[in-house]
Each structure stands twice: as C-alpha cells, then as structure tokens.
Design a protein around this ligand. Structure first.
Ligand code: ZN
Length: 329
C-alpha cells in the first residue's frame, strides 16, 4: 500500500496482512545452508507519516529493548498509528541467539564497526546491509542498548552532540524519552557507533537508550522493559505518530559519560554506587587480590555521578570498571 514496501524489501516473509509484515533480510549463507539474517517487522498506520526505526540487540546480551519492541508491535493498533514503525528486535541475531555481546563468527563488536563494509567480515557486512536496506529509508531511529551481562547501568539516553538540526532533534527525542539521564555522546573513546553513522551518512536523528542489565533482571526486568516501551511511546508522541501522552516527567540530569578501566585483575569492590554524586579525589572503588591485599584504588577524576559499573565480583585488567559521568547542567 505505501511505497515503503518498495524500498524496504524483505527476502523472506513469514507473516503479512494489510498493516503488518514480518520477515527477514538475508545477508550470507552459512556452511549449513542457513542464512545470516535480520528479523524485521513493518507496521503501517492508516495515515501516512514519519517512519520510525526501532532496533535492539546490536549487542546480543541487551534484551530489554528487544522485549519492549515485541510488546509494541503486538499492541499498537494501526488505526491509532500515523506513519510506519520498522522494528528490528535483534539486529545482531547471531549474538542474540548465543547470549553474546559480540558476533560469534568473527568476534566483532557491531557497534564499533559502522558503517561496515560489504566486502569484509560478516559483522561488517551486517552493518553495511542494514544501512543500505533499512536505515537510509527512515526518518528517525531509536537504537536500544543496556548493561548486558556484565555491567549495571542506570537508565540513560544517548543523543547526538552538535548544534545542527539533526542533533538538536536527537536531543529533543532523548529528553522526551523520559529517563533519569540524558547523555551527550561527545568525546567517545571509540569509533564506529551506529547512531553517529546514521547522522553522518543520511542526516537521520537517532537516540541510544541504555536500559537494564543482567544485574537488574532479578527484580526489575519488567520495570526496565516498561521504561523502554514508555520511552518509545513518548518519542512516537513527539513525532506525532500517536496521540499525545501524559506521563509524569522524571527529574533528569544531562551528562557526558566516561568509561574508566581497571588496571589490575582481582576482586573489585564498589565503594560508590549508582546515582552517587562523587567529589573529585573521592575513592570510587578498590581491587583486592586473592590474599586480601589491596592492589588498586580508583579515585574520581572529577566531580561527577556514578551511572554504572562492572557488576561481576571478579574484574580483569583492562575491563570497564566505572561508568562515571560529568554533570553538564
Ligand atoms: Zn550495547
């Protein structure tokens, strides 16, 4: 019915009705003759409007966004929707299925290699085909991340830094998402991040919510999935894809996130916890060896707030230890 279907073409359709299409994009045949593939659902509203892409599991162990996407596509009513939702519940489907942050086949981290390359390793091919066959046709993106299996993270929504219109729209989307922290994604210690590539290549605004972790799944799994779901609905309301929603605004803080690595392996102790405001020079954490000797102490490099930390008792040299943030507002 819309021309979006002429643009985003699925290689395999497993369900289709007037409003919804579920299927796969294939991007490589494995030796066992199964395909590498991307699962995609397209939900078209009765009125034309923005095309919103929502994906999760760029890192295969970050499932809160995945669950929220599944909830969304099975509850949204086409007659209440303006525009189109393109949902990708598990972008790195291989990593998702193997409960792994990175790809299994080539061990690549999908969120470090955008825009990818159609002639190289399979994960680079995944990034490339995702951009060319899906991302370039949409108007806005929500790409979900989280603490996965080894970190704890407080709910934080990344947005594009910069004064251009696309970055400003990304900031608006991050604020309306309604999480405890907004994160200006500047001074990142790595390259190849999807959200930045979408802007640089196609001028598409994107936000990157980091919500939930294995550490939090015992008691807060549903709550965190709900945060993701509400965030999507808030952004859809901002984009005028659904009716305006009234949700109590959380008191949010704008930050610049830094990743502080451990220098030594051992047993790590967290002396400062999530949401703690820490003065420069205060001790964040310490590491002891198996004999109980203290071998490392981490001092806060500036006054900031603890967003997250390594959530496993044992830490290895070089692992992320604290996700510590400068307060911007
Ligand atoms: Zn991630």
């Amino acid at each position: 019915m819309s021309n979006l279907k002429d643009k985003i073409k699925l290689d395999e359709i497993v369900y289709s009705d007037h409003f919804r299409t579920d299927g796969f994009i294939n991007f490589g045949v494995k030796p066992d003759l199964s395909n590498f593939r991307i699962p995609v659902s397209i939900i078209e509203g009765i009125k034309p409007g923005p095309i919103l892409l929502i994906d999760a599991c760029t890192h295969g162990d970050e499932y809160e966004g995945t669950e929220a996407i599944i909830k969304l596509i099975n509850t949204i009513k086409p007659n209440e929707l303006t525009g189109t939702i393109v949902a990708v519940p598990a972008l790195n489907f291989e990593a998702f299925a193997n409960i792994s942050r990175s790809s299994i086949t080539d061990e690549q981290n999908l969120n470090r290699i955008f825009p990818g390359d159609s002639t190289k390793y399979i994960t680079l091919r995944l990034a490339d085909i995702y951009l060319k066959r899906i991302v370039k046709f949409v108007d806005a993106v929500i790409t979900f991340h989280g603490g996965g299996d080894v970190l704890h993270l407080e709910p934080i929504v990344g947005y594009l830094p910069g004064g251009d219109e696309v970055s400003k729209k990304s900031f608006e989307m991050a604020k309306i998402f309604n999480a405890k922290y907004t994160w200006r994604m500047q001074n990142l210690p790595f390259e190849g991040v999807s959200a930045i590539a979408y802007r640089d290549m196609y001028n598409i605004p994107c936000i990157l919510p980091e919500i939930g972790s294995h550490c939090d799944r015992l008691n807060s799994r549903e709550k965190n999935v709900g945060l993701c779901y509400d965030g999507i609905m808030n952004v859809m309301s901002y984009l005028e894809m659904i009716e305006e929603r009234t949700q109590e605004k959380v008191d949010s803080m704008d930050v610049e996130l830094h990743y502080i690595h451990a220098n030594n392996g051992g047993i790590q102790r967290l002396l400062k916890k999530e949401n703690d405001i820490v003065e420069e020079g205060e001790i964040l954490g310490e590491i002891i060896d198996v004999f109980g000797n203290k071998i490392e102490e981490l001092k806060a490099p500036y006054r900031g707030v603890v967003i997250g930390f390594w959530s496993i008792s044992v830490i290895r040299p070089g692992d992320w230890w604290y996700l510590f943030a400068k307060i911007l507002d």
